[in-house]
Design a protein around this ligand. Structure first.
Ligand SMILES: [Zn+2]
Length: 389
């Protein structure tokens, strides 16, 4: 059985004692972790860490790479994506999403929270190299069409739920796209669909979202006009989006709030007081791509938030790499140490996707995958990742 050691080993929680040795079965199961030294152990330079978990991706949008320019702000970005996502052949889309999938695998991702508007990603799940939590996104801001929008999501959900898992775990849930694209009726239908699923939602990715909820002014109205939606029924709540829509959902669901670029300290406290299982997914490179802004990460840390990491899609990112996301956070917040960042990219993602029993940490009995990370602290050099198990 392979024995592995390295300059440093992060087990998903924190650093292991210097010289620790990991024993792994041929099938990748962690058999033991012992204090070294052991002269039979293969030595790796740099850091060994468990496989990454990408909590928020849209593999079905991989063909949109480079299509939308950077720094447009969110609403113009969405108009571009909606307008252009179907300008491609099925072959072009398939080739791009398989390339995106392989990029994730090669960059050390072992489990993904993947957003789906279509059944396109069925073929990726059958490749069986990653665990999938597929979030089938329902959209529909018009109150009277909530039933139609939801019925489409249910059909998509059932197609995914009917797929037989092989080695890797396959999960799925119907989730709301975003506060400005889902009516209160549709929120309630999604909420009632199942008790036992994780709800993931794009949250406060743009300032315009809270502006619309508090005063019904700003760019969100323009987006709805472009989508042919009459928002005459919508009454502003006078509160932020998250404080409004959480009233339309039961607090028992586990939640993953994604982006949170403009989430306030009070919003975080509000969510923590109302919900028992909350993860805040940061997608820094996508935030920089679209809005050229980042969430107040130190505020989330001060509030004791569970932070996990996503890449978002290739429509809003130049690559699908969790290490690159962590490196961006480190560049902007050098005071956050790598022990914390690696926990966000591994164990916390696994907990958010409820897969911590198999991946996310180097612990006996799990099959987390093992990565070699180099150049974590070399000034001016982007670190690199290599999958070794
Ligand atoms: Zn997204």
């Amino acid at each position: 059985m392979p024995l592995l050691t390295a300059d440093k080993i992060h087990n998903g929680h924190s650093w292991l004692p210097s010289g620790s040795v990991i024993e792994v079965s041929d099938g990748g199961v962690i058999l033991s972790i012992t204090n070294g030294p052991n002269e039979n152990a293969a030595f790796y330079e740099g850091v060994l860490a468990p496989g990454f978990v990408n909590t928020h991706c849209h593999l079905e949008l991989s063909h949109m790479k480079g299509v939308v320019p950077q720094h447009t702000q969110l609403i113009p970005f969405l108009k571009n994506v909606v307008g252009r996502r179907n300008d491609f052949t099925e072959e072009q889309k398939k080739e791009a999403r398989i390339n995106g999938y392989n990029e994730l695998v090669n960059n050390g991702v072992v489990a993904v929270g993947d957003i789906a508007n279509t059944t396109d990603a069925l073929d990726l799940r059958s490749l069986d190299k990653m665990h999938f939590y597929t979030f089938i996104e329902s959209l529909g801001f018009s109150e009277q069409n909530a039933g139609v929008a939801f019925a489409y999501a249910v059909k998509t959900y059932e197609t995914y739920a009917g797929q037989q898992p092989k080695q890797k775990r396959l999960k799925q849930a119907i989730v709301p796209h975003a506060p400005y694209s889902v009516s209160s009726s549709l929120f309630r239908l999604i909420d009632a669909h199942r008790n036992d699923v994780v709800i993931s939602i794009h949250n406060q990715e743009s300032k315009e979202e809270d502006r619309y909820y508090t005063t019904k002014e700003g760019d969100v109205g323009d987006l709805l006009v472009m989508l042919g939606i009459d928002d005459g029924f919508f009454n502003p709540t006078g509160r932020s989006s998250i404080q409004s829509y959480l009233e339309w959902m039961r607090p028992q669901h586990p939640f993953i709030f994604v982006h949170n670029t403009y989430t306030s300290q009070y919003d975080v406290q509000y969510a923590h007081s109302r919900l028992s299982d909350v993860f805040w997914c940061l997608c820094p490179n996508a935030n920089l791509y679209i809005e050229n802004a980042l969430p107040d990460i130190n505020m989330f840390i001060a509030e004791g938030a569970n932070i996990c990491i996503g890449t978002d899609s290739l429509a809003s990112n130049t690559q699908l790499c969790i290490l690159s996301e962590l490196y961006s956070i480190k560049e902007h917040n050098p005071e956050i140490d790598w022990a914390t960042l690696l926990k966000w990219g591994t164990l916390n993602g696994a907990r958010a996707l409820q897969m911590q029993d198999v991946v996310g940490s180097i612990e006996v009995g799990k099959t987390p995958g093992i990565l070699q990370l180099t150049d974590l602290d070399r000034k001016g050099v982007e670190p690199s990742v290599r999958r070794i198990i």
